[in-house]
Write a protein that binds this ligand. Structure first.
Ligand SMILES: [Zn+2]
Ligand SMILES: [Zn+2]
Length: 188
């Protein structure tokens, strides 16, 4: 089973590497939060970090990695979407005076590179989830410049060409279709 936690005492003044791997339970929860409950995992999400402390401040730098099964918004084919997101994180000890501040890490709502920590265990679960929410593609594409489906015959144009006439004049509804697509895009 993977874990996304680091013991505070293992972060020293000299930088060291941390490999944190999420387990399937984490993904089950994260995909609910992301409203992507039908998306399957291809490679578990992990954090490759280098971390050290300066006084009570903790600095982490590295990447979030993982891959999921997505469906291309143009051609409708499913494909593996790989994530490789850079991370830079500065954590300060929480100054919260409330009776029982929540243990773990809480990211700044405005700036995901800042956060506070509490207690002696650094749980990166919310960090990974926030990074993923930000990096999640609004318009999934199987490849950059996916050619989509032919509007006339429905052929997947990434695989085979067709000889349909797709010029504006031959398709009275082409302009309407494009307008619809644009307004959909703007609506997101
Ligand atoms: Zn595609
Ligand atoms: Zn065609």
């Amino acid at each position: 089973m993977g874990t996304l936690s680091i013991q505070l005492e293992s972060v020293n003044e000299s930088p060291r590497r941390f490999h944190l791997e999420s387990d399937s339970d984490w993904w089950e929860q994260a995909r609910e939060v992301l409203c992507e409950s039908d998306v399957g995992l291809c490679a578990p999400f992990a954090l490759e970090l280098s971390g050290y402390r300066v006084g009570a401040r903790l600095l982490f730098r590295g990447e979030a990695l993982g891959a999921v099964d997505l469906r291309c918004g143009r051609c409708g084919e499913s494909y593996t979407h790989e994530f490789r997101e850079p991370i830079e994180l500065l954590l300060e000890p929480s100054r919260s005076q409330s009776d029982a501040p929540k243990p773990g890490i809480e990211l700044d709502a405005e700036d995901l590179s800042l956060g506070v920590y509490n207690g002696d265990e650094l749980n990166f679960e919310p960090v990974l989830r926030d990074i993923l929410a930000l990096a999640w593609p609004m318009q999934p594409r199987c490849v950059q410049g996916c050619r989509g489906l032919c509007p006339v015959c429905g052929t997947n144009r990434n695989r085979t060409g067709c000889s349909c006439d797709v010029s504006e004049g031959s398709r009275p509804l082409a302009k309407l279709g494009r307008l619809l697509e644009e307004s959909k895009r703007r609506g997101r």
